[in-house]
Design a binder for this molecule. Structure first.
Ligand SMILES: [Zn+2]
Length: 663
């Protein structure tokens, strides 16, 4: 008749275990209310003694507890689960929890438990509340955990082997809605054998307070640089994997609540094989235009260069010691493993290193990294040899990247050149503080005057911004662009000029203005490398200037024509598909616009919008010819808003916007 009762019956041992679990539970219910949240070790210990006494003599009045009797109880042999430690970690942590927990970031709680009688495999639940006394919400453990009687005790040394291996802690991921800024309280709930029976447990006595700190986002514009090399030319560009992995890595490793990421594909202006300093100058110009046309001024720009054609070593344009999001950087990417990175792209941690420079982080001088600053742990490690600090990578299930431990002595800080890179507590806290400080900066600093200048609304600009890349060792340099600017744009700290100056001349070659300018030396150089850097300077826009010279020790390295009225930008003509260089880019779309009688100083800026002209992204600056080839695959949708700005630097700027079909 119907289903019979399950035939499995609890063994006598299990029945006793279940009975004991119930008894412990009711003893706990008596002890718990007397305990303050975040009780001290001493308070917890006396609560445990009280509960054990209750178990020993359930009928007795609780007042009978005394230490002499407890000494004979040998609690380590009791078939009861004890708590040896609770660790709350996001990226790296010490048992004393000195690393700030960041709101909105994936958070792992690890419970280190002790079960004296035998090895047992358990699952558990974590109880989480927004007040010290509940209501408690139960969170199930991520998987089973081994409790091994040989791994017991509360000290750092006793916990070491359990902290090093995710299989020996009961691990929980806090629900996202419980990681908002503020305090949460956590304690362990039921601990069960994987067969389902509840183990007697005193672990839940300890209630821990956890504080999530307000955090800033990392605003990042990732510029994927495309270049062609070889004969016949082959086009190289960062893959979708490169972009996905750097985004994932920054979310996992950086102390951020969110990654506000935008990307563009841009053709590299310098001729390959180029150096990072040239890309950094291009990024500086792109960023200057973007910020003046609506991009948040706190946005960092990073250039990704695929290593298929050549390997471009990464560089940052500075290591600013005050919040300076205008500091740009660029670096290589590709599938190489460096012997330890098997996720399919090394551009993630490499980018994390270069971006680290842009938020003020110096090298940790290990494994070949030089010109750095003091670092607190030996050999670039995340921890001293006691492994007080243990790293954790929360992984990314969408990318098949597992939750894993980054051991304190074999993982190394991202600002070193050592293998197995991760962020130490030192770097993590430093970046946290800097990003919070950057977040307090105005979102549109210096943008308005240039917007007016770019839009032609303010007549002739009051100033021009000159961006150039230099290699002092080779005594070479090139002006990347001359942009109309407001006098308050381009905040350049006083610095050494290294002999670099900028000169303005008129049509008769008379010198109107000449001044030393700050040379921003590239960061991340090796001792034998050429000295490279960029110039990013704002000059008064003199009405009669026709040429701007870039000089090193008085010798002209490059010049750039400026001045005159920009001519109107005409309609696009002959927007037509054309064969791209090489098989990798078969669908280039050439756009050309009419500019009759344009002065020699006229240059073109091209912006695109994929959201009906709500936001614009600059894809080219300083074009000398009125044409650009775009790849329809770079854009979503079947049509694209394209805005062309014509500028002569010191003269007026005009623009034209069109809708271009991409099919
Ligand atoms: Zn570096």
């Amino acid at each position: 008749m119907g289903l019979s009762m399950p035939s499995t019956r609890l063994s006598r041992d299990r029945r006793e275990e279940v009975l004991l679990a119930r008894t412990v539970e009711s003893a706990l219910a008596k002890a718990q209310p007397a305990l303050p949240p975040d009780a001290s070790e001493e308070e917890l210990e006396s609560a445990v003694v009280y509960v054990l006494a209750e178990l020993d003599e359930p009928a007795a009045d609780g007042a009978a507890v005394d230490g002499t009797r407890m000494a004979g109880l040998a609690p380590f042999e009791l078939p009861i689960v004890f708590l040896d430690g609770l660790e709350v970690t996001q990226e790296v942590q010490d048992l004393a929890h000195p690393v700030p927990l960041v709101e909105g970031k994936t958070t792992i709680v690890r419970a280190y438990l002790r079960y004296p009688p035998e090895a047992v495999t358990v699952r558990g639940e974590l109880l989480v509340a927004r007040t010290p006394n509940g209501p408690w919400r139960a969170v199930p453990s991520l998987g089973p955990a081994q409790l091994d009687p040989a791994r017991s005790g509360t000290g750092l040394a006793n916990l070491r082997s359990r902290r090093a291996d995710l299989n020996y802690s009961v691990n929980f991921r806090l629900p996202d809605d419980l990681t908002g800024a503020g305090t949460v309280w956590i304690r362990t709930g039921a601990i069960r054998r994987t067969t389902g029976t509840v183990l007697p447990s005193l672990a839940s006595l300890a209630v821990r307070e956890v504080i999530f700190h307000p955090a800033a986002p990392l605003r990042l514009h990732l510029v994927r640089l495309r270049y062609s090399l070889g004969n016949p030319p082959v086009t190289y560009e960062p893959s979708a994997t490169d972009v996905t992995l750097i985004a994932s890595w920054l979310r996992r490793a950086y102390p951020i609540a969110a990654l506000d990421l935008t990307t563009t594909m841009v053709t590299a202006t310098p001729t390959p094989p180029f150096e990072a300093v040239q890309i950094n100058a291009q990024l500086t110009a792109l960023r200057a235009v973007d910020v003046s046309t609506g991009t948040d001024a706190r946005t960092h720009y990073y250039g990704l260069v695929a290593d298929g054609g050549f390997f471009m070593r990464g560089r940052a344009s500075d290591i600013p010691q005050t919040p300076t999001p205008s500091t740009v950087a660029s670096g290589p990417t590709g599938p190489m493993t460096f012997g330890w990175d098997n996720d399919g792209s090394y551009g993630d941690w490499y980018g994390g290193h270069e971006l680290g420079h842009t938020v003020g982080r110096f090298h940790a001088e290990f494994c070949g990294a030089v010109a750095g600053a003091p670092y607190p742990f030996p050999d670039g490690q995340l921890s001293d040899s006691d492994e007080a600090f243990v790293g954790i990578d929360v992984g990314d299930s969408a990318l098949g990247l597992p939750l894993r431990i980054m051991p304190g002595t074999t993982s190394h800080d991202v600002m070193s050149y050592c293998p197995n890179q991760w962020l130490s507590s030192f770097t993590y806290s430093g970046i946290y503080d800097r990003l919070v400080a950057e977040d307090a900066l105005p979102s549109g600093a210096g943008g308005a005057p240039r917007s007016d200048a770019l839009a032609g609304a303010g007549g002739s600009p009051a100033a021009v911004q000159v961006v150039a890349a230099l290699n002092l060792t080779q005594r070479a340099g090139a002006i990347t662009s001359v942009l109309p600017a407001g006098l308050d744009s381009g905040a350049i700290a006083p610095a050494d000029s290294f002999g670099v100056s900028v000169r303005s001349r008129d049509g008769d070659d008379a010198v109107l203005d000449e001044r030393p300018v700050a040379f921003q030396r590239s960061a991340c150089e090796e001792p034998d490398d050429d000295v490279t850097g960029i110039v990013d300077v704002v000059l008064p826009a003199l009405s009669s200037v026709t040429t701007i010279d870039l000089l090193l020790d008085g010798e002209v390295l490059d010049n750039h024509p400026v001045g005159g009225e920009a001519t109107e930008v005409g309609a696009f003509v002959g927007a037509r598909p054309m064969a791209g260089p090489g098989d990798l880019s078969p669908a280039g779309l050439e756009l050309r616009w009419e500019v009759p009688e344009a002065p020699a100083s006229q240059r073109y800026i091209v912006q695109v919008s994929e959201d009906r002209r709500a936001t614009w992204k600059t894809i080219a600056v300083g074009l000398t010819e009125p044409t650009i080839t775009v790849d329809p695959r770079d854009f979503a949708g079947d049509e694209l808003e394209v805005r062309v700005l014509a500028t002569t630097g010191t003269g007026t700027t005009v623009f034209r916007t069109d809708t271009v079909p991409l099919e």
